[in-house]
Design a protein around this ligand. Structure first.
Ligand SMILES: [Zn+2]
Length: 117
């Protein structure tokens, strides 16, 4: 019976995680109780700070690469209902646009970093 290969669930799990993460950009972390995946395709024709539905892929969105880079990667953790309570409005010193800092790690319009007071 020494020919039997040992079944290794940990190894299988790691392989699965690698294969599912590879194709997604960006990949959002999930909260402990729910899984929220947002699939956003970089598209330079989309205006800054905008997310538009991708006509070719239902349920997916397109956004400017800078917008994707400026998004905070942790915004979907914990579910959507948390957003209203945590609104942090900030007027960008670079371009004057009003940003909600719970969504952006830097300005999606001019790429200036917000200065926290
Ligand atoms: Zn700005």
């Amino acid at each position: 019976m020494s020919k039997d290969k040992k079944f290794d669930p940990q190894n299988l799990y790691e392989k699965l995680m690698k294969s599912t993460n590879a194709a997604e950009l960006p990949h959002f972390q999930r909260g402990p109780s729910e899984e929220i995946k947002v699939d956003i395709t970089p598209d330079k024709s989309v205006a800054p700070a905008m997310f538009i539905p991708d006509p070719l892929r239902p349920g997916c969105y397109k956004a400017h690469p800078t917008t994707i880079a400026a998004m905070r990667k942790d915004i979907f953790v914990g579910g959507a209902e948390m957003f209203e309570d945590l609104e942090v409005l900030y007027t960008c010193e670079g371009c004057g646009e009003v940003l909600d800092l719970q969504f952006w790690s830097f300005c999606p319009y001019c790429e200036a970093k917000p200065r926290y007071k």
